[in-house]
Design a protein around this ligand. Structure first.
Ligand SMILES: *[C@@H]1O[C@H](CO)[C@@H](O)[C@H](O)[C@H]1NC(C)=O
Ligand SMILES: *[C@@H]1O[C@H](CO)[C@@H](O)[C@H](O)[C@H]1NC(C)=O
Ligand SMILES: *[C@@H]1O[C@H](CO)[C@@H](O)[C@H](O)[C@H]1NC(C)=O
Ligand SMILES: *[C@@H]1O[C@H](CO)[C@@H](O)[C@H](O)[C@H]1NC(C)=O
Ligand SMILES: *[C@@H]1O[C@H](CO)[C@@H](O)[C@H](O)[C@H]1NC(C)=O
Ligand SMILES: *[C@@H]1O[C@H](CO)[C@@H](O)[C@H](O)[C@H]1NC(C)=O
Ligand SMILES: *[C@@H]1O[C@H](CO)[C@@H](O)[C@H](O)[C@H]1NC(C)=O
Ligand SMILES: *[C@@H]1O[C@H](CO)[C@@H](O)[C@H](O)[C@H]1NC(C)=O
Length: 501
């Protein structure tokens, strides 16, 4: 046991010191959650003279089983491997004994894996500790697109976030409330956590087929290399696609990483770049309608951050959202927020964007693995900062708790964007502590981006459509006309029953 621990520690040290290549951090949307590396050299911890006093997140659901389409691909691979008589050598020697890692086929596809549940719970724990916003006993409301895996992610998040002390004897306290929005429908328009489905023009801007073309340039070569280890069976390009997907998915289902080990670093980089092209041109800055679709969320949370506390903006608002606004959705609704923000498509490296359809440029900072991994998220944090870092000698007067950093009357407000933990600077606005953007500068930036995004109703081609709206107001209208709100007791009421009594 001690030897095993030592080995694990050593392996971790080696990985940290030598940056060993990890396919699970280059698997795009099949990657389990990991903190993205700092691509801009900015420390993600809150600067010492600041405190985060409000934040808004948009989060992809946690790791899940395959969707039915890719599940069919796994089954086809299994049939091919089982239907043939052949000898598999070396790195492929495991193929004859490999079975599809789904043990409840009618049920599991589409739903969270235990890894996904754990990722969501851990995010709840991490944000509770990071911000310390919700005192024990308080209720906490989150918003989720309505598909089961997204709602489940929000519920596991709440379990982690609200698991503080024990409120089982006080059921009205420490309640989690989930506002579940209709998912992937076309009648809620921008007032949705899946607005891409509410914008008819958006599909026409999707040129993600570039990813398919790119895959055709490398998958056949990989199959030919692997086939040297097989006598009596030939893998082809589609088998390679399925097997690379299985690295991440099987790791998440059962911890089995054998598919991760059979491909080379360059092969993973090609696989990752195909995902980058898919998201960049499908739902990211390469689709001319992405910014339009992502802007309503950005506009709504910018309004909340600019006016917090008591952010409800008047009008028909009925609800004051918490200082931490959590919204849960699907992968394809994160890149539009990136496009709306105008980040990852502006680079000092000329010629990087739009992404080349045929050649990965190492200078690009748009990386699908750092955005749409499972539980991937875009966060905006509002920092309240003193003018100077705290002094190294602090005088205490008996009976008076010294005010914490960022809470003085003169504290100024700033915004930072954090994507999968890493700080991504606001273009042209990074003069504040920790490369943050002063609040007025951020509001100006968002206004300028609004002009690029254009009017949702008009650009999406919804003029004259009944109820069409370009405004997302679900954070201040609770209950919303379309949502199904439900309450989750957290921690759940599974009180200990003494055995034998
Ligand atoms: C299984 O093998 C038979 C005979 O070789 C072939 O006709 C059939 O298409 C194969 N099925 C699959 C799923 O590969
Ligand atoms: C939490 O919400 C419940 C139900 O709406 C309410 O009865 C209770 O007072 C709230 N508790 C707190 C601490 O706000
Ligand atoms: C929504 O989808 C339905 C069914 O496909 C279609 O009939 C309707 O025209 C769509 N509405 C809009 C606003 O695109
Ligand atoms: C690869 O082989 C499978 C079955 O062996 C077949 O269904 C599939 O169409 C092939 N794909 C390509 C790209 O040839
Ligand atoms: C991304 O960059 C390209 C080329 O530089 C530009 O045409 C496009 O408008 C940009 N997209 C966004 C959303 O800013
Ligand atoms: C915010 O709302 C609380 C509770 O409704 C109220 O006591 C407080 O005065 C409000 N603060 C501001 C700045 O409006
Ligand atoms: C408030 O709601 C009413 C009825 O739904 C609507 O007519 C009105 O425009 C809304 N006002 C604002 C400021 O949103
Ligand atoms: C518009 O919204 C109203 C109220 O929610 C609803 O009754 C009506 O069916 C909607 N109209 C269309 C065309 O969706």
């Amino acid at each position: 046991m001690a030897a095993l621990t030592v080995n694990l520690v050593l392996a971790t040290l080696v990985a940290v010191c030598y940056g060993r290549f990890d396919p699970l951090q280059h698997s795009g949307p099949a990657s389990p959650y990991f903190d993205a590396p700092s691509q801009f050299g900015i420390d993600s911890s809150t600067p010492s003279q600041c405190v985060v006093d409000s934040a808004a997140y948009i989060v992809r659901h946690g790791s899940r089983y395959p969707e039915p389409g890719s599940f069919a691909g796994w089954q086809a691979l299994f049939a091919k491997l089982q239907n043939a008589t052949y000898t598999a050598h070396g790195p492929l020697a495991f193929l004859p004994s490999w079975v599809v890692p789904v043990d409840d086929a009618p049920h599991q596809p589409l739903y969270l894996t235990s890894t996904g549940a754990g990722e969501a719970f851990k995010l709840g724990v991490d944000l509770r500790k990071r911000y310390r916003f919700t005192p024990g006993g308080d209720n906490f409301t989150v918003w989720a697109a309505g598909q089961q895996r997204v709602v489940d992610t929000s519920a596991y998040f709440l379990q982690g976030y609200l698991s503080q002390g024990n409120y089982l004897a006080a059921p009205p306290e420490n309640r989690g409330i989930v506002v579940a929005m209709p998912d992937s429908v076309n009648y809620t328009f921008a007032d949705s956590l899946t607005p891409s489905n509410g914008c008819p023009a958006y599909k026409g801007g999707d040129t993600s087929a570039k990813a398919t073309t790119f895959r055709a340039t490398y998958q056949g070569k990989i199959a030919a290399r692997l086939n040297r280890y097989l006598d009596g069976l030939a893998l082809n390009a589609s088998d390679v696609g399925t097997m690379q997907d299985l690295c991440g998915f099987q790791a998440e289902v059962s911890g089995d990483t054998r598919f991760c080990d059979i491909f080379e670093e360059e092969e993973w980089n090609d696989y990752e770049y195909a995902h980058d092209l898919n998201y960049y041109y499908g739902s990211g800055p390469g689709n001319p309608y992405s910014a339009t679709v992502g802007f309503p969320w950005l506009q709504a949370v910018t309004g909340l951050l600019a006016s917090a506390p008591n952010a409800s903006a008047g009008g028909n608002a009925t609800f004051v959202p918490p200082a931490l606004v959590m919204s849960f959705t699907h992968d394809n609704n994160l890149p539009p927020v990136v496009a709306a923000l105008g980040i990852w498509n502006t680079s000092d490296a000329r010629g990087v964007y739009p992404l080349s359809p045929s050649r990965a440029d190492a200078r690009r900072t748009f990386r699908s693995s750092y955005l749409v991994s499972f539980l991937g998220h875009v966060a905006l944090e509002r920092l309240s900062c003193d003018a100077h870092a705290p002094s190294s000698a602090v005088r205490h007067t008996a009976g008076q708790v010294v005010a914490a950093a960022g809470t003085s009357a003169g504290a100024q407000k700033y915004v930072r964007i954090r994507i999968n933990d890493a700080v991504v600077p606001v273009p042209g606005c990074a003069s504040g502590p920790g490369s943050s953007c002063p609040m007025e500068g951020f509001v100006k930036h968002v206004q300028a981006r609004g002009a690029v995004a254009g009017d949702f109703v008009e650009r999406c081609g919804l003029q004259g459509v009944a109820n069409a709206t370009g405004t997302l107001d679900i954070f201040t209208k609770v209950p919303s006309a379309d949502a199904e709100t439900f309450t989750l007791l957290a921690p759940q009421a599974n009180a200990l029953v003494p055995v034998g009594l």
